[in-house]
Design a protein around this ligand. Structure first.
Ligand code: SF4
Length: 230
């Protein structure tokens, strides 16, 4: 595992649980609005690498203080040893949440078959047309669809979520996104917040207003049972 970030505790990243947060290095996408350019476009700094053993021994020590481990990135499913790593965490008795962009349905399927992820959070980046426009050639749109279906049918618990960026998404994007995840149980609308992003020209004008987010929510409620603005 190439891990370049580790946060010892968070109350925000696993619903209702105290968790620690692991950031894996590298991603197969380049979302303009990505808030983690250091994990995606900047070279990997040797000095920031956190060894797997360090994390596992931390988890053994904190057994009574933490409930869960959140693995995020970057894109964790591009790590070749993700599955054995999650298995080791599960062996220590923790819940595991995995954040993914859903581009690697084979890994999603293997993890679901092994039943070692307790909570899935998959980004739904765009509606179909924008996915096709924005995905690199080597990443197939059908991977996204397969991951959505697998998670909806087989995950123990899950959420889908979209970061809405004005200029990239429109309110109508919600309808296309709703169609992709129609019948799912939980969806979070995340407003774009300016900050360090892969495309530094994104700014406050790329955030939606509360009123606009409310309209997005109303559209998504036609497709998903539980819709929240985060
Ligand atoms: S937002 Fe997520 S999927 Fe997109 S480039 Fe950043 S880490 Fe990768």
């Amino acid at each position: 595992m190439l891990i370049t970030g580790f946060q010892k505790s968070t109350l925000l990243d696993y619903p209702g649980k105290v968790a620690c947060l692991i950031f894996t290095y590298g991603c197969n996408l380049r979302c303009e609005y990505c808030h983690n350019p250091e994990l995606v476009i900047h070279p990997c700094k040797r000095s920031s690498i956190v060894k797997e053993e360090q994390i596992l021994s931390f988890l053994k020590e904190r057994k009574n203080l933490l409930d869960a481990v959140v693995i995020t990135g970057g894109e964790p499913t591009i790590q070749p040893d993700l599955i054995p790593f999650i298995q080791k965490i599960k062996d220590t008795g923790y819940l595991v949440k995995l954040d993914t962009n859903g581009t690697n349905s084979k890994i999603v399927k293997k993890l679901l078959t092994l039943n070692i992820v307790d909570y899935w959070a998959m980004d739904i980046k765009y509606e179909k047309e924008l996915y096709i426009q924005n995905l690199k050639e080597e990443i197939k749109y059908k991977e996204i669809i397969k991951s959505i279906k697998l998670i909806m049918e087989r995950a123990l618990d899950y959420e889908f979520r979209t970061t809405y960026v004005k200029g990239i998404h429109s309110i109508e994007s919600a309808r296309g996104i709703g169609e992709l995840i129609n019948g799912s149980k939980r969806y979070y609308i995340q407003n774009f917040r300016p900050g360090k992003t892969i495309n530094p020209s994104l700014n406050f004008s790329n955030s939606f207003t509360e009123k606009e987010l409310g309209r997005i929510k109303r559209v998504m409620k036609e497709y998903v049972k539980d819709v929240q603005i985060r």
